[in-house]
Design a protein around this ligand. Structure first.
Ligand code: F6R
Length: 256
């Protein structure tokens, strides 16, 4: 894991945006995995501002609520079109977001995995992290080998996401999410986390044991994972000074 600590969420986002911009320049037909939630909002704003060429890019979103109509303002379909896809020159046929209204969830999930494989696999997966360490909606104790499937949100995640829905009882309990095994097959992972509420989950994921109790900790086994943090999300890291020193002393060819 490469831990990149920046003074603010804006600065950490700018590093992440540069990583994505470089990939799109080097591989115009890249396959990008996308996340939703508060964390990537700044990133999507920055990517729109950069006016990159998305014509040949394919995207796969991590997850979607089950049973929420696509048009619902809090569906991840609405989120993605409103915050990124509607503002870039991506081809609609290249956009993939799990269908939370499918009438055959296992069949849909198997097809989603097949579509990712057929696209050549994910080159770069954008990730946020839950306060409980979830990535995608792989909640604590998810199988570290899991594939795209239905999951039940923890009560903590339901509480965390109530801010989007106005109240807890409006948050769907079920989601379709890429599995941890699916995420681990991405060639590169880019995890972003900002604010004090993420500090504990980040410290456990980066410096704790690899355990399904903090699903993000499995990223320690991934060969190319960058973790872009603001100071607040990095606050509980024991080796923060070392990570800063590494970033500040990268050889020229490795600079972001
Ligand atoms: C969203 C997703 C989740 C979020 C996580 C953090 O597609 O997969 O893992 O990244 O719940 O959410 P925010 O960014 O709202 O704190």
């Amino acid at each position: 894991m490469e831990i990149i600590i920046q003074p603010s969420a804006e600065a950490a986002t700018s590093v992440a945006a540069r990583v994505i911009a470089r990939l799109l320049r080097e591989k115009p037909d890249a396959v990008i995995g996308l996340a939703t939630g508060s964390t990537p909002l700044l990133l999507y704003r920055e990517l729109i501002r950069m006016k990159l060429d998305w014509r040949k890019v394919t995207t796969f979103n991590l997850d979607e609520y089950v049973g929420l109509p696509k048009e619902h303002p809090q569906s991840y379909h609405s989120f993605m079109w409103e915050n990124l896809l509607g503002h870039i020159n991506i081809a609609k046929k290249n956009v993939h977001i799990p269908d939370g209204n499918t009438n055959d969830i296992p069949k849909f999930c198997a097809k989603y995995e097949k579509q990712i494989r057929a696209a050549g696999g994910i080159d770069l997966q954008v990730l946020g992290i839950g306060t409980d360490g979830h990535i995608g909606f792989n909640e604590p104790t998810s199988s570290l080998a899991s594939r795209t499937r239905i999951k039940t949100l923890t009560q903590r995640t339901v509480q965390d996401n109530a801010r989007f829905f106005g109240s807890e009882d409006k948050v769907p309990h079920h989601v379709i999410t890429m599995g941890i095994g699916t995420i681990m097959e991405a060639r590169q992972n880019l995890l972003l986390a900002f604010g004090p509420k993420k500090a504990r989950a980040i410290a456990e994921a980066v410096e704790g044991p690899i355990t399904s109790v903090n699903p993000a900790s499995v990223l320690q086994m991934h060969p190319v994972t960058k973790v872009c943090l603001d100071e607040e999300a990095a606050a509980q890291l024991q080796r923060a000074d070392y990570y800063r020193w590494v970033f500040d002393n990268k050889p020229g060819w490795q600079k972001i």
